[in-house]
Design a protein around this ligand. Structure first.
Ligand SMILES: Cc1ncc(C[n+]2csc(CCOP(=O)(O)OP(=O)(O)O)c2C)c(N)n1
Length: 140
């Protein structure tokens, strides 16, 4: 894939959850991508869908910072309280913010124990923490 439309995955997860309500869809999404189509979280809550949403919060468009413009302001985004958005859109979800592997493990266990609710796990990562393969591809 050379180019993907960011934000598409959020509404795809909505479609998956509607198509297979007996299964638990899992969405992995970046903070920048999520902000494009965040309102679909509201739709998920409206239909009482229960996906597990795992959002990587690295404070903006990290891949774009890697490609060009580490310090350019067009890669900065408004820092939302992602794990609390379910409270804004309704009160039938569950959310948590984590920053370590141990916290993530316990959040995943909790999402399992709260199967009757949409789970939103916000993972905080460093702004410039990119996969090695990406950095190699960009010869950095
Ligand atoms: C609709 C659309 N707008 C802009 C882009 C260009 N673009 C590609 S990746 C990206 C940033 C993605 O940020 P995030 O989801 O937070 O991922 P990260 O690289 O930070 O992990 C942007 C703006 C795109 N691919 N699609």
């Amino acid at each position: 894939m050379l180019w993907g439309s960011i934000g598409y995955s959020v509404r795809s997860a909505l479609g998956c959850a509607i198509a297979a309500p007996q299964r638990r869809s899992i969405l992995l999404v970046g903070d920048g991508s999520f902000q494009m189509t965040a309102q679909e979280l509201s739709t998920m809550l409206r239909y009482d869908l229960k996906p597990i949403i795992i959002l990587i919060n690295n404070d903006g468009y990290t891949i774009e910072r890697d490609i060009h413009g580490e310090k350019m302001p067009y890669n900065d985004i408004q820092p939302w309280k992602y794990h609390k958005l379910h409270e804004v859109f309704g009160n039938n979800g569950w959310g948590v913010k984590v920053a370590t592997e141990a916290e993530l493990e316990s959040a995943l266990l909790s999402s399992e124990q709260n199967r009757d609710k949409l789970a939103f796990i916000e993972i905080v990562m460093d702004k410039m923490d990119s996969p090695k393969v990406i950095l190699e591809m960009l010869q950095k």
